[in-house]
Design a protein around this ligand. Structure first.
Ligand code: DX5
Ligand code: ZN
Length: 229
């Protein structure tokens, strides 16, 4: 049986009060903390980096689900491992931007997956809304990944509108891989969770829907109850 997991994206938290915000959502039932790392190149935004993860680690033992929206994910594995990241999810497009290379396993991607595990973290591979789910298949079959992340918005910013066309990718992956951890990220809220859960997603990231809610606990439990098991 798969575990349903709710991972609030701290991108929508009050950064001036981050430790308290993290504690609050964890107390409210959050399973993981989703940490969005952006380098201003892979996406047009700058967020947080290793020093923040290191400081947060002193406040909690929670699972830090780090989502790297960076051009060179190979470069940051060691440092994120050492500051206390639990999961390291990179974008396939950052390593293999050419769709022609998405039909078979790329040596660079496989090596990166191995390196992430070597540094004590779980491996996640993410794809953007226009990347086909088939691009992930070689790595799942090779046993390289612990989780896939299907972006349900274009990566870069919190608070965007959910893209329904991405849901069919979750359906296809779930059909083929009943035991795979499938995470969705972007525009996940009480009004969109049902369709992704039904499609087979067992891990939900939500930023604005949780941090912007009056009752965060209620939103977290609603998302968790709805997720695929
Ligand atoms: C977007 C990030 C998301 C973002 C989600 O690039 O990967 O994690 O914070 O925010 P919401 O839930 O507000 O769409
Ligand atoms: Zn994210």
């Amino acid at each position: 049986l798969l575990q349903p997991i709710v991972a609030p994206s701290i991108l929508s938290a009050d950064f001036a009060n981050l430790a308290e915000e993290c504690k609050q959502v964890l107390d409210a039932g959050a399973d993981w903390l989703h940490v969005d790392i952006m380098d201003g190149n892979f996406v047009n935004n700058l967020t947080i980096g290793p020093p923040v993860v290191k400081c947060l680690r002193k406040h909690t033992l929670a699972y830090f689900d780090c989502h790297l929206m960076v051009n060179d994910p190979l470069k940051w594995v060691e440092i994120f491992g050492s500051v206390g990241a639990s999961g390291y999810t990179f974008h396939l497009e950052a390593i293999e931007p050419d769709p022609q290379n998405w039909t078979r396993a790329s040596e660079k991607v496989v090596a990166l997956c191995k390196d992430i595990r070597l540094h004590g973290m779980k491996v996640g591979i993410s794809i953007k809304p226009h990347t086909p789910w088939q691009a992930l298949e070689p790595y799942i079959l090779a046993g390289c990944v612990d989780m896939v992340l299907i972006m349900t918005v274009e990566p870069g910013f919190g608070g965007q509108k959910f893209i329904p066309e991405t849901v069919s990718k979750v359906v296809s992956l779930r059909k083929l891989f009943p035991q795979l951890n499938i995470e969705v990220d972007g525009g996940i809220a009480p009004n969109t969770i049902e369709q992704v859960a039904k499609a087979g997603a067992n891990i939900a990231v939500a930023g604005s829907a949780i941090f912007g809610a009056d009752d965060r606990k209620q939103v977290i439990s609603l998302l968790k109850q709805t997720l695929y098991e």
